[in-house]
Design a binder for this molecule. Structure first.
Ligand code: XLS
Ligand code: CA
Ligand code: CA
Length: 443
C-alpha cells in the first residue's frame, strides 16, 4: 500500500506517486518529460506550469454521451449522495497527490450534491468544503479556482444572470455567493465565470442588450461582494463561442475583453482561455492567448485540445506539442502565470475505462506541456524568430514609421509619401520559420 491514500480506503491501489523517469523509460505510469524540479529559464517546471486537475471531468464525468450511457465505473460511488461525495473527495485528493499536481479546480456541485432547495445545497457545500480544507492542509494541494455550475439545473435552461425571468437570478446569486464563500474559505487563487447558458438559441425571443446589461450588473455585484468578503484573487471569464447555446455571449477573447471594458470589470477580471473553445471560435489556441496577453488580461488556461475533424467541444487531453509550444511562448512572453495555471479541463475518451487511464491521460498532458515549455524556452533563448519579427517591423522604428506610431503624421502627409515609387516586395519567410520550429522541437 502506498503512502498517498487519504481517507480510510485507497482507491487507486497499485499506483504510487508518479515519478519522472525520463524519455528512456517504458513505464507507462511515469513522466518522460515533466521533471517538476528541473530548472527552465530560471524557474522550475512545477512553478512554470502550475498544473491543476479538474474535479468535474476526472471524478464526476461518467463517459455518457447523447448516444450512450455511462461507461466509467467509479469505486467511490455510493447510493447516499453525501457518502458518495466524501468518498469522491478522498479519491480526488489521493489522485491529485499521486499525479503531483499542485492545484485543482471545482464547481460547487462537483463536490457537494444539490439538496432539495438552495439552503440544503449550501449546507452540503459548506460541509464538503470544510473537509476539502482539511484535505488541502494535509496534502499541500491548493485551489487554483472555484466556480458555480449555474447551467445544469433545469431552472437555468434560459440562462443564469441573463435569464429573461428575474426570479431565476436570485437563485444564481445565492449559488454564486455560496461558491465565492467556499473559494475564499479554501484560499482559492481565482474564481471563474464560464458563461454556461449565457447566450441565446434564437434572436426572435431574445433581448440581447438587456441580457448583456444584466450579466454586466451581476458580475459587478459578485465582484463587490467577493472583495468585501476578503477575496484578493483574480476573477476570470472563460470565453466559449457556442455549446450549449447556439451563440454564447462570451464568444472569444476579443469579445470578452470588450465586455469587461464596457462594464468596468477589467481591473478585477482576467481571461481563462480554454484551447478547445478558441478552436471552436475559429481561432488557433495561441491566437486567443495572444489577444488576451496583448490586452494585459491573460490570466489562466484550461488545457485541452479539440479534434480538427469535428466541430464540437471534445475536451481531449493535450498531446499536440506544436500547440503546447505556441501556448507556452505566450505564457512565457507575458512573464508567466501569476494566479493562473494550466487546468486540465480534459476528459478521458468514453472508452478509456480503466481507472489507470486517468493517470495515463494526465501524464500525457503534463508531458506535452513540459515539452512545449522546453521548446518555447529554446526558441526564446535562441532569439532567431523574435529577431525575424523585429526586423519585419524595422521600418516603424525610425524616421517616418516612428513618426506615424508617435501620432505625428496627418493623413495628407502619409498620402504624400505614398506617391513615391512602388514598395518593394518583402517575404514573410513563414515556411523558413516553420522549419526552424521543427528544429527546436526535434533537432
Ligand atoms: C465548459 C467549460 C466549463 C468551465 C467551468 O465547456 O469548459 O467546464 O471551465 O465552468
Ligand atoms: Ca473550461
Ligand atoms: Ca470545453
Amino acid at each position: 500500500m502506498s503512502d498517498y491514500f487519504i481517507g480510510n480506503k485507497e482507491y487507486f491501489s497499485g499506483i504510487g506517486k508518479i515519478a519522472y523517469e525520463g524519455k528512456g523509460s517504458d513505464n507507462p505510469l511515469a513522466f518522460k518529460f515533466y521533471d517538476p524540479d528541473k530548472m527552465v529559464g530560471g524557474k522550475t517546471m512545477r512553478e512554470h506550469l502550475r498544473f491543476s486537475v479538474a474535479y468535474w471531468h476526472s471524478f464526476c464525468g461518467d463517459g455518457g454521451d447523447p448516444f450512450g450511457n455511462a461507461t466509467m465505473q467509479y469505486p467511490w460511488r455510493d447510493p447516499d449522495p453525501m457518502k458518495s461525495a466524501k468518498n469522491k473527495l478522498d479519491a480526488a485528493f489521493e489522485f491529485i497527490t499521486k499525479i503531483g499536481a499542485p492545484f485543482y479546480c471545482f464547481h460547487d456541485i462537483d463536490m457537494a450534491p444539490e439538496g432539495a432547495n438552495r439552503v440544503e445545497s449550501e449546507k452540503n457545500l459548506i460541509e464538503m468544503t470544510d473537509l476539502a480544507k482539511e484535505r488541502q492542509e494535509s496534502t499541500g494541494v491548493k485551489l487554483l479556482w472555484g466556480t458555480a455550475n449555474v447551467f445544469s439545473n433545469p431552472r437555468y435552461m434560459n440562462g443564469a444572470a441573463s435569464n429573461p425571468d428575474f426570479s431565476v437570478v436570485g437563485h444564481v446569486a445565492h449559488q454564486v455567493k455560496a461558491a465565492i464563500d467556499a473559494t475564499i474559505k479554501l484560499g482559492g487563487a481565482g474564481y471563474t465565470f464560464w458563461g454556461g447558458r449565457e447566450g441565446y438559441m434564437s434572436l426572435w425571443n431574445t433581448d440581447m442588450k438587456r441580457e448583456l446589461d444584466h450579466i454586466g450588473r451581476f458580475l459587478n455585484m459578485a465582484r463587490d461582494y467577493a472583495r468585501k468578503a476578503g477575496f484578493t484573487g483574480t476573477f476570470y471569464i472563460e470565453p466559449k463561442p457556442m455549446e450549449p447555446s447556439k451563440h454564447q455571449y462570451d464568444f472569444d477573447s476579443a469579445t470578452v475583453i470588450g465586455f469587461l471594458r464596457q462594464y468596468g470589470l477589467d481591473r478585477d477580471f482576467k481571461l481563462n482561455i480554454e484551447a478547445n473553445h478558441a478552436t471552436l471560435a475559429g481561432h488557433d489556441f495561441a491566437h486567443d492567448l495572444r489577444v488576451a496577453r496583448d490586452a494585459g488580461l491573460l490570466g489562466s488556461v484550461d488545457a485541452n485540445q479539440g479534434d480538427l475533424m469535428n466541430g464540437w467541444d471534445t475536451d481531449e487531453f493535450p498531446f499536440d506539442v506544436y500547440q503546447t509550444t505556441m501556448a507556452m511562448l505566450e505564457i512565457l512572453g507575458m512573464g508567466g502565470f501569476v494566479t493562473g495555471g494550466l487546468n486540465f479541463d480534459a476528459k478521458r475518451r468514453r472508452n478509456s475505462t480503466d481507472l489507470e487511464d486517468l493517470f495515463l491521460a494526465h501524464i500525457t498532458g503534463m508531458d506535452a506541456f513540459a515539452l512545449g515549455l522546453q521548446a518555447a524556452q529554446r526558441i526564446i533563448d535562441d532569439g532567431k524568430i523574435a529577431e525575424m519579427v523585429r526586423t519585419r517591423y524595422a521600418s516603424w522604428d525610425s524616421g517616418d514609421g516612428d513618426a506615424f506610431e508617435a501620432g505625428k503624421l496627418t493623413l495628407e502627409e502619409l498620402a504624400a509619401m505614398g506617391e513615391k515609387s512602388e514598395p518593394k516586395s518583402v517575404s514573410g519567410k513563414q515556411e523558413y520559420i516553420e522549419s526552424l520550429l521543427n528544429g527546436y522541437l526535434f533537432g
